[in-house]
Each structure stands twice: as C-alpha cells, then as structure tokens.
Design a protein around this ligand. Structure first.
Ligand SMILES: [Zn+2]
Length: 147
C-alpha cells in the first residue's frame, strides 16, 4: 500500500505533466489507475514504473521506447539461457522419462530453469519492474499472440 505522501506527489506531478510525459511516481509497474485530473487513465511503465497516460483501451505498456527495448533485450537474453533447459526438462518430463543419463540431465535442467526463473523474478521485483505474469496478462488482453 502506497503512503499518502507518495500518492499526493504522484498526483501533483501528473497534474502539470504533458499528456505523454511519464512521471517518476506511479501506481506501480504494469498497474493502471484513473488519472487524477479525470482525463483517461495512467499506467505504471512495465520496465521503470514511471506513470504515463493511456487512452481508453490503449495498448502501451512502456513509458518510452528505451524502456520497451530494455525489457525486450532482457527477455531475449533470458530466453536464450532458458530454452535449452526447458526443452531438456520437457523432453524428459522433468527427469522422469528416458534412459538414466537423460533422466539425470532432465532433472538438472529442470532445477536450473527453476533457479534462474526465481532469480529473475526476484531481480524484477527489486528493480520495480512488472512481473512476467502481470506483463503477459496485459499483453494478452491487448491481443498479444505468439508469433
Ligand atoms: Zn519506463
């Protein structure tokens, strides 16, 4: 729960900001709220948490292009690290199928994948970024489909 003083600072900052300009304090990464001046809504940038105005039904998740690029670059790196582990774990059903060596590799891959995902989740939370689940939920609602 946000302290009252933060909320007041946020509303003051937003009140004088141009329509597209993000403000440092917001409702939280990925979270949208009614704009204090009644003109649409605001959302916390999924990357940096800064608040920016969104139009009704608008599909912006980031306050600026640099935030979108940072988000996508991080997920590209994470995806490369995770893909082999996830495939090995899935092929062996987390190390319960296949020959003994494959089972051992599958169990290890599954554990490494879980460890990496937990670490990234903690890093995102500490940095004030939206969680993967929050981001995906927003993107899905906006029509995201895997290409
Ligand atoms: Zn941002």
């Amino acid at each position: 729960m946000r302290a009252a003083s933060d909320e007041q600072l946020f509303m003051e900052a937003l009140r004088g900001a141009p329509l597209a300009a993000p403000v440092a304090i917001g409702p939280g990464a990925g979270i949208s709220a009614r704009a204090p001046d009644g003109h649409g809504r605001v959302r916390g940038c999924c990357e940096c948490g800064a608040a920016f105005r969104i139009r009704h039904g608008a599909g912006r998740l980031f306050c600026q292009k640099a935030c979108k690029v940072a988000w996508e670059n991080r997920y590209t790196v994470r995806g490369r690290q995770l893909m082999l582990l996830v495939m090995a774990a899935r092929e062996t059903r987390d190390g319960t199928r296949g020959k003994p060596a494959a089972k051992a590799a599958g169990r290890r891959a599954a554990q490494l994948a879980r460890d990496a995902m937990q670490q990234w989740r903690d890093e995102d939370a500490a940095a004030g970024r939206a969680s993967a689940a929050d981001y995906f939920g927003l993107a899905w609602a906006m029509g995201y489909r895997q290409r």
